[in-house]
Ligand binder design. Structure first.
Ligand SMILES: [Fe+2]
Length: 214
């Protein structure tokens, strides 16, 4: 391969946007009474939200610390990262606030503030990620070496738990993308997916209830 493969990154972005939006809808339904959470479900939702925030935070830190220097070195004047970096600094305190609010939800059962914050995060991520892909993907394809790109992907992957990340990729990849991924990863992917799929579905069913879409 001579150009970086961006599919994994693209699907990761889709996961972050999709899960944040879905949690925002869930929190709104919990507030309005369309969904109910007993203590076990509330705790599972709290953990899920906190882990997603940590995952999104790690993704941005990897971009700041690994991808940005790679881009500055390879593409130099072709790329202006200031707006995207500003977005990252705006997203960080919001992620921290959401994690704090998730804990408050677990102890009080009140999801109203959590719903508002998650909706704001989902809107910000939609805008930020669309901008990032529009601006950076062509530059990455044109200027970044496959070796450098692999370094970036490795740094991003470090933040995830493989038992959650792999089944999520399967969930968010389009069928033709999944075929490509299976071809790239070989039979190990199929084996790992069959190991982790069940646990992932159980966790999602507990968190999302009838919104799980499984
Ligand atoms: Fe970003």
């Amino acid at each position: 391969m001579t150009t970086p493969e961006l599919l994994g990154f693209q699907i990761t972005h889709r996961v972050m946007r999709g899960e944040t939006r879905r949690l925002a809808v869930l929190a709104a339904e919990l507030t309005e009474g369309g969904q109910r959470a007993d203590a076990a479900r509330a705790a599972a939702i709290g953990t899920y939200v906190t882990k997603l925030c940590a995952y999104i935070h790690h993704h941005h830190v990897s971009e700041d610390e690994v991808l940005w220097p790679v881009l500055e070195r390879s593409a130099g004047a072709e790329v202006d990262l200031r707006d995207l970096s500003d977005d990252h600094s705006e997203l960080d305190p919001l992620l921290a606030e959401i994690s704090g609010q998730a804990k408050i939800f677990v102890s009080t059962g009140d999801a109203a503030r959590l719903a508002a914050l998650l909706t704001r995060l989902a809107d910000m991520l939609d805008e930020h990620i669309e901008e990032e892909e529009r601006l950076l993907f062509p530059i990455i394809r044109k200027y970044v070496s496959v070796a450098d790109w692999e370094k970036v992907e490795k740094a991003v992957r470090k933040g995830g738990d493989v038992r959650t990340e792999l089944p999520r990729i399967e969930e968010y990849a389009r069928p033709e993308e999944l075929v490509r991924l299976r071809k790239m990863a070989g039979p190990a992917l199929t084996v790992m997916l069959s190991l982790f799929r069940g646990g992932h579905r159980r966790r999602k069913r507990l968190v999302y209830g009838s919104l799980a879409g499984l």
